[in-house]
Design a protein around this ligand. Structure first.
Ligand SMILES: Nc1ncnc2c1ncn2[C@@H]1O[C@H](COP(=O)(O)OP(=O)(O)OP(=O)(O)O)[C@@H](O)[C@H]1O
Length: 749
């Protein structure tokens, strides 16, 4: 390392390798640019620096928050792990580059990086140091400075919530018998031999300032939270009776996307409606209903400032809430979680809901997975266990809150969040074939998953294919490649949303099996057939026109949600781009859409960038509709006569939030893409009557068990898999997504 000529050559060699990897497409130009920049700024740096920087940036782009040097430098078999990404050939090249460098061990790399001038030691670095280097080394993990800061913020804030005495602990705790009485009222009396994790979640939340409720789709997370809200409201009223100065409970509901927030609000509202009758007179319902009337996106809750990473709410100007419920927490990335925790007052309760087995957030971090990773199936500390046992009554013998607890403390170091984490295990929605497939996929049980799909053995081409010409015609896919999984069917225990009456379900199911193509055709038929025409409009006063228009838009949007094509990848014929083109072509051929240019009536679009001034957020889905002739809408559904103008009415894009619709002029939406097909990533937080999952013909780094599981669990009634090669499905199931992060380690007790 002392020979400057050798060093320069080694750096150049590494840069040349990186440039080649950019050409071959597995490294981004951006990764190389960052490596070059730091080499220019630190001319004395060892050749380790550009390689580490490029790999760190590459990892960051794939959702990892750090570069773990120990894993990078482990023998090749270990770094074959998909987290280091890239095709096999790239991994071989990387191995060759690593071999060429004189630095071999983690200690060599640490010394080289810390001596480069571009990397600070996290254990010595001060937070606001103006001389700070752009990168931080924390033990064997290399970070971009901001990821390190966010990770430390999240870990410290969560630790504080579960370990220190906060304002909640000074409040008068309810008596366990009082809690038990309320749980019986909210959930019904419990058979003596049953452990009910939904009740455990409520008792856990009552005691602490942080509760994590995880579980697959339909396991009753929202059902539980509605009851938790009622329980906390009852507790607040109890406290107000004892200490009249105590103020009413201030509740906030939030989710990462507008769609998920609307779903949360709707589910909570209908669950509370169901409780109101039995509990009339025992709770301040108006207070509770008012407090839960408005679920927001996290961006809106925190006051996102367009074009910056700043929020209006932060530690110095915290949120004014006593209880914050965040749904779809698996989609919350590290930076957002850090911002949320900074803005949340110490005394407030935080309840995170999500499915830890789903895909992690698009941006860096796998926060929910990290928080829950060690938190399930561990024995509880005695005090927590005693509290739960007292609240649950005889149904909870001894101490095991997580009844499969099979390790004692000391055998495994568990997360400090373990006592505050509850996993719901019983799906109330998925009892049929879709549920069986989702469970098999989540467990990586290939034989079982293949059996659900009608593929008898590994390596064999499906021999029991149910052909679906509608999907095939729509997407230009060979019908032999389409496999449909049976309908979800009615849940075995008969639990069905009131809205899903049996007749509607049967009709919808029959429609669903005829595949997404039929679903889109049906949506376009609703669009054309239910449009309020001049005759309908002239028969009612002008003030009633907006409501008619809104009802039409609502029906079109609901019809669109009955089916959806989801893709694993974006590019190619089997990706979002190709399938969007194929669907458009098929619908145009059938005369169902009249595409002229980019915009056409019936075009479904997804917003790709937040625009608070228009009230649209990344992930929102809307449909372009034209007002009936002679009417013109401005600012939603406020109509004005079009006068004598014969210009076509402008297209407006309509969005559905729960039951509410709103619209924006299509010409004002600059960041949107067509959404006949969308990625599984973007579908998180939504569900569709019939989901068609399309896998690419070749194995791709994005394929994983979590991706397939997330795709399947978007289906409510029917699921169709289009897999050109069964081996791709097998490969996806064999790969678990792993995200490099230090968060899990920072939360160990
Ligand atoms: N203990 C229970 N008793 C009766 N019905 C229940 C129970 N728990 C949940 N359900 C019902 O099961 C269905 C699914 O519940 P819920 O929507 O709360 O699940 P979820 O986990 O929030 O689902 P998702 O992840 O899809 O949002 C709802 O119809 C709900 O009313």
């Amino acid at each position: 390392m002392s020979d400057p000529i050798h060093e320069t050559t080694a750096v150049d060699d590494v840069l040349a390798d990186l440039a080649r990897w950019v050409e071959s497409g597995w490294l981004r130009a951006l990764d190389l640019a960052l490596a070059r920049l730091l080499v220019t700024q630190c001319p004395q740096a060892d050749a380790v620096l550009p390689l580490a920087v490029a790999l760190l940036a590459h990892n960051e782009g794939r959702g990892h928050t750090c570069l773990p040097l120990d894993e990078l430098l482990a023998p090749p078999s270990a770094f074959n792990d998909p987290w280091l990404a890239g095709p096999v050939a790239a991994q071989a090249e990387l191995a060759a580059t690593l071999q060429r460098l004189p630095a071999r061990t983690v200690a060599d790399w640490q010394a080289a990086l810390l001596g480069s001038g571009a990397v600070d030691d996290a254990r010595r670095a001060g937070p606001g140091d103006p001389q700070a280097a752009p990168l931080l080394l924390d033990g064997a993990r290399l970070y971009l400075r901001r990821h390190h800061r966010d990770e430390v913020t999240v870990a410290l804030a969560l630790r504080r919530r579960v370990t220190s005495d906060g304002p909640l602990d000074t409040l008068l705790r309810p008596d366990p018998a009082w809690v038990r009485g309320w749980l019986d009222r909210l959930f019904g009396a419990l058979p003596a031999d049953r452990i009910d994790h939904q009740r455990i979640a409520c008792a856990t939340a009552l005691r602490g300032r942080l509760t994590l409720i995880t579980g697959g789709p339909g396991t009753g997370k929202t059902y539980t939270v509605a009851r938790l809200l009622a329980l906390l409201q009852a507790d607040q009223q109890r406290q107000q009776a004892l200490a009249p100065a105590a103020r009413p409970l201030r509740i906030a509901l939030a989710a990462p996307t507008g769609k998920a927030a609307a779903r949360l609000q709707q589910s909570i509202r209908s669950a509370l409606d169901g409780l109101r009758g039995p509990l009339q007179g025992q709770l301040d319902w108006d207070g509770l209903v008012d407090g839960t009337a408005n679920a927001q996106t996290l961006h809106a809750l925190l006051g996102a400032r367009p074009g910056t990473r700043q929020f209006a709410r932060h530690a110095q100007r915290p949120l004014e809430v006593d209880l914050l419920v965040v749904d779809e927490a698996s989609m919350v990335h590290l930076e957002m979680m850090a911002a949320l925790l900074r803005a949340l007052p110490d005394g407030a309760r935080l309840v995170l809901l999500g499915d830890q087995d789903q895909l992690a957030s698009v941006e860096a971090g796998a926060v929910l997975g990290d928080l829950c990773a060690d938190a399930v199936d561990v024995a509880l500390p005695a005090a927590d266990a005693a509290w739960l046992a007292a609240c649950m009554g005889p149904s909870m013998p001894g101490v095991a809150a997580n009844e499969t607890a099979n390790e004692t403390e000391g055998e495994r170091q568990a997360s400090v969040l373990a006592p505050q984490t509850v996993q719901l295990r019983h799906s109330h929605r998925f009892a049929g074939a879709i549920g069986a497939l989702a469970r098999a996929v989540n467990a990586g049980a290939l034989a079982e998953a293949r059996a659900c799909l009608g593929w008898p053995q590994q390596g064999a081409r499906p021999d029991r294919v149910q052909r679906s010409p509608a999907v095939a015609a729509l997407s230009g896919v060979d019908p032999a490649l389409v496999v449909q999984v049976a309908l979800a069917g009615r849940p075995a225990d008969g639990v069905v949303d009131p809205a899903d009456s049996q007749a509607a379900e049967a009709a919808e199911a029959a429609e669903a099996v005829s595949a997404a193509g039929a679903g889109y055709r049906q949506m376009l038929q609703v669009l054309a057939g239910q449009r309020p025409g001049p005759k309908t409009l002239s028969a009612v006063p002008a003030e009633a026109h907006p409501a008619l228009l809104e009802a039409w838009a609502r029906e079109v949007l609901r019809a669109f949600d009955r089916s959806r094509v989801l893709c694993a990848v974006r590019e190619g014929d089997w990706g979002v781009e190709g399938l969007n083109r194929a669907v458009e072509a098929a619908l145009r051929r059938d005369g169902l859409i009249a595409r002229q240019g980019e915009w056409y009536e019936g075009r479904p679009v997804m917003v790709t960038r937040n625009d608070p001034s228009l009230g649209v957020y990344n992930g929102d889905i809307g449909i372009a509709l034209r007002q009936p002739p002679g009417e013109r809408a401005r600012g939603g559904a406020v109509l004005e006569p079009a006068g004598s103008s014969h210009e076509p009415e402008p297209l407006r894009v309509w969005f559905l939030d729960g039951d509410q619709v709103r619209s924006v002029l299509a010409s004002r939406l600059s960041a949107v893409e067509t959404a006949w097909a969308m990625t599984v990533h973007k579908s998180q937080g939504s569900e569709f009557g019939h989901t068609v999952l399309v896998l690419p013909p070749r194995i791709n780094p994005v394929l994983s068990r979590e991706l397939v599981y997330t795709g399947i669990t978007r289906a409510r009634l029917a699921f169709t898999l289009i897999a050109p090669d069964a081996a791709v499905f097998d490969a996806a199931l064999s790969r678990r997504t792993r995200r490099a992060s230090g968060l899990r380690g920072r939360l160990l007790g």
